[in-house]
Structures are given as C-alpha cells and as structure tokens.
Design a protein around this ligand. Structure first.
Ligand code: ZN
Ligand code: ZN
Length: 172
C-alpha cells in the first residue's frame, strides 16, 4: 500500500481520453472547463470555478458549468471531497480505486493508492446479502508538518498553520 501526493492525478490527455472512451464529445465548452479545472493546484469549489470562468469566458453560463461538473464527477474525471467544515470541494480525479488522506489544518490531500478497507467491507456486504457495492472513505487528520508547527508554536494552536501559510504543499 502506498500513500503519495497526487502523482497519479489525471492529465488533460487522460481526461479527454476518458470522455472519448465513454462516448462523450469534447465540446468547445467542456474543453474550456476542463482546462480551467486543471489550472487549480489542488481543490476548488464550484464558486471558484465559476469566478475563474466568468473572467476568462464570460459567455459560459452557470448551468453549463454545473452540468459539466456533474458529468465530470460521474466519469470520475473529478472527485468530490466532503470537508468536516461543511464545504464540499472538488479536485481532479486520479487513476484507480483510492482513498484520500486530508490534513484538516492546511488542506493537503494525499491519495492512498490501494484499498485497506476492501476485505472488511466485503465481509459486511456478504453477511447482509449485498452485492455490487462501492464505498467512499476519507480520512481527515493533521499532517506531519502541521503537527510539528503546532508543537513548535504552542501559543498559535488555533487556526491555520502559518509556517506553511495554510497553502497547499507541492509534492515532488
Ligand atoms: Zn497540514
Ligand atoms: Zn476502498
């Protein structure tokens, strides 16, 4: 099992290939929206996307943007993440069945690239006579960097970690 950054996140080519595979046309509008989505370093809210597109492509309607988001979610091109704070965010999907590890302080997201839950879930379903299940499990915690920051600055315990600015770290 491995935990990585988001090395397997879909590229533009992966996304357009997925659309083609499922028989969806890459319309000019969908293309614009795909590229906008890829311009976010990590997560974005529907509002973020709308704001970005309002500036770059004001002709795109709100309904078009939301329809595209729904389509991309359905195809796994986009993933939705439920945050404990209540605001769902989206991020570019990645290859294969995986789970997310989310830092509740800085918002970093890592992929867990194999499923540690499969067996237990399969057993629950078998006992209940269920089949064809799927599951979504997200793990929220405090990443190593944020933990270290809070230990070094105990007086700044509340709020976002300032040492890495509450920003998203880049993985290399
Ligand atoms: Zn963190
Ligand atoms: Zn799983």
């Amino acid at each position: 099992m491995g935990v990585d950054g988001r090395e397997k996140r879909f590229s533009y080519e992966d996304m357009t290939a997925l659309l083609a595979e499922k028989g969806c046309r890459l319309t000019e509008q969908r293309d614009i929206i795909l590229k906008a989505i890829l311009s976010f370093p990590l997560t974005f809210s529907p509002m973020d996307l709308e704001k970005l597109l309002m500036v770059s492509d004001p002709a795109l309607g709100r309904a078009t943007i939301f329809r595209a988001i729904d389509l991309f979610l359905e195809m796994g091109i986009l993933e939705k993440i439920h945050r404990e704070s209540g605001d769902d965010v989206y991020l570019v999907g990645s290859v294969g069945h995986h789970h997310h590890l989310i830092c509740r302080v800085c918002g970093e997201i890592r992929d867990i690239d194999s499923c540690p839950f499969e067996e237990g879930i399969h057993e629950i379903m078998r006992q209940a006579g269920y089949s064809e299940g799927y599951h979504r499990i997200e793990i929220e915690g405090i990443c190593g960097v944020c933990k270290k920051v809070s230990e070094e600055n105990p007086e700044e315990h509340s709020g976002r970690s300032r040492a890495h600015g509450g920003k998203v770290r880049q993985f290399h």
